[in-house]
Write a protein of this length. Structure first.
Length: 282
């Protein structure tokens, strides 16, 4: 696959951080109001409501994703997922601010796995306010081949058992639809059950990876509401469906400056792992 030529491609967007999307997410999370993060900014990961791709309806593929070949490289593999990321905060993302984000394709890598070809695209987003850079984020996007009937699934990994914080989430199509709407995500695996099960081979609707990551960050915020987050890392491990409740878990580090976070399904299998760091002890 000759896709390395896309490395270094970039685009720059500008957007005002409006209140309406944040109020919508607060309602979706059953919060009475938009919570204030450190320095008066939005809570960690709530910036994912902004700088959204707004592709025209006419350029969407059957799966709901925009056809590739614009900013993103034209990877000839049909299944796409946001597999993880690394974020570093240098300031606050505040309601009312007008921010500029420069997105760059850092790398494109092809690998052959047991389930077929894989292409990993790493993006870097640098978000600036008038005061300077407030956030640097790397995103790992993975492209995979279409599912094959009878294909064995990767062996599951048991979740840790030493959680100090836990919360049970019962997903349903309404929650997934609202988050899709808030993030302008038309990928059909999150709201179209026949497509998710028949075309992509999942057992049910898929809980968004970014939603899982945001819920883990919210778990930590609930436990350390005054702490100023300076980093967050996450990696998707196993798909989570809407068929059963799942559990959010966390364990603070010994130095009090961070926590290990993870999500697990109803069978105890690890579905996402994450780390959060605080600039000072809560």
């Amino acid at each position: 696959m000759q896709l390395r030529g896309w490395e270094g491609c970039s685009e720059t967007l500008q957007e005002q951080i409006a209140e309406a999307p944040a109020r919508g997410l607060a309602a979706t999370l059953d919060l009475e109001a938009v919570p204030a993060g450190a320095e008066g900014g939005l809570p960690p990961l709530w910036h994912w409501l902004y700088f959204l791709p707004r592709a025209a309806q006419s350029v969407l593929n059957d799966d709901g994703h925009p056809r590739l070949g614009g900013f993103m490289p034209p990877v000839p593999l049909p299944r796409r997922m946001w597999a993880g990321g690394r974020l570093r905060w240098q300031g606050a993302v505040c309601l009312g601010d007008t921010l500029q984000r420069r997105s760059t394709i850092q790398s494109v890598a092809h690998k052959a796995g047991r389930s077929g070809d894989l292409v990993f695209v790493t993006l870097c987003h640098e978000t600036d306010a008038d005061s300077g850079t407030v956030l640097v984020e790397e995103q790992d996007i993975v492209y995979r081949a279409a599912p094959v009937a009878g294909e064995p699934l990767p062996a599951p990994q048991a979740a840790p058992r030493d959680a100090a914080w836990t919360r049970v989430i019962t997903p349903d199509p309404t929650l997934l639809f609202r988050f899709s709407a808030l993030t302008f995500n038309a990928h059909r695996i999150h709201y179209d059950r026949p497509y998710a099960t028949e075309a992509e081979g999942y057992a049910g609707l898929i809980v968004h990876g970014p939603l899982l990551a945001l819920l883990l960050a919210e778990l930590a915020r609930h436990e350390r509401p005054q702490a100023r987050v300076n980093r967050f890392e996450f990696r998707a491990v196993r798909p989570t469906t809407d068929l059963h409740p799942f559990r959010l878990c966390g364990e603070p580090t010994a130095d009090g400056l961070g926590a290990r976070l993870w999500a697990q399904d109803h069978e105890g299998w690890l579905t996402m792992q994450a780390e959060i760091g605080w600039a000072e002890e809560a």
